[in-house]
Design a binder for this molecule. Structure first.
Ligand SMILES: [Zn+2]
Length: 194
């Protein structure tokens, strides 16, 4: 379990921002973990803003929704730079499905953290061919804290960190979920690719 560093305990309430990344395959509980962290901040009456790429319209337009139907309101945005304009004077910025943002998201995350905000990013770290999913590698590199969560391999029951695509479609952005993907361990993932 991720234990937050001492947030808000800095002398004179001097605001020190930082970046947290939550990454993993499909069905690994990334969004649930993001929601858990954001809900705790909300309970403590911190000002929280939540964003997601406008591309992700699988569920409701305004909610960050995870598969177990925990939801919190979020703002869909087209470009990473829009987040700078919309984040305002909040304490915590949460971003879901961060892998779908343009490369500018790296500088946006960094600027938000430098302005004293806690920035929590959740996203897929690998695409369906097992390659790093840009811009996740850059975000993981500049983050203070990286949490990799795991799914369970739907073939063998081991821990899974790969998203195996069952359909033959080739474009990277394909959003259907359970029907199209399986979480798989390394062995079952590469056996499936042969
Ligand atoms: Zn397996």
């Amino acid at each position: 379990m991720f234990i937050e560093p001492s947030i808000g305990k800095t002398p004179q309430r001097e605001k020190k921002g930082h970046i947290e990344v939550i990454c993993g395959s499909m069905f690994s509980g990334k969004t649930e973990e993001l929601i858990r962290r954001l809900n705790r901040a909300l309970i403590a009456r911190q000002k929280v803003e939540i964003f997601k790429p406008a591309i992700d319209r699988r569920y409701h337009d305004k909610d960050v929704v995870s598969h177990n139907e925990n939801a919190i309101r979020s703002t869909p945005v087209q470009f990473a730079d829009d987040i700078m304009l919309l984040a305002g004077n909040c304490d915590v910025v949460g971003i879901d499905e961060v892998q779908f943002f343009d490369p500018q998201i790296v500088s946006v995350a960094s600027q938000l953290a430098q302005s004293g905000k806690r920035v929590i990013l959740a996203g897929l770290d690998m695409d369906f061919e097992g390659r790093p999913f840009e811009p996740m590698p850059q975000l993981m590199a500049i983050a203070e804290y990286v949490t990799k969560v795991h799914a369970i391999c739907m073939k063998c029951g081991d821990l899974a960190s790969f998203s195996y695509r069952l359909s033959p479609a080739k474009e990277k952005v394909m959003l259907g979920e359970k029907e199209t993907y399986e979480a798989r361990c390394r062995k079952c993932f590469y056996e499936g690719l042969r």
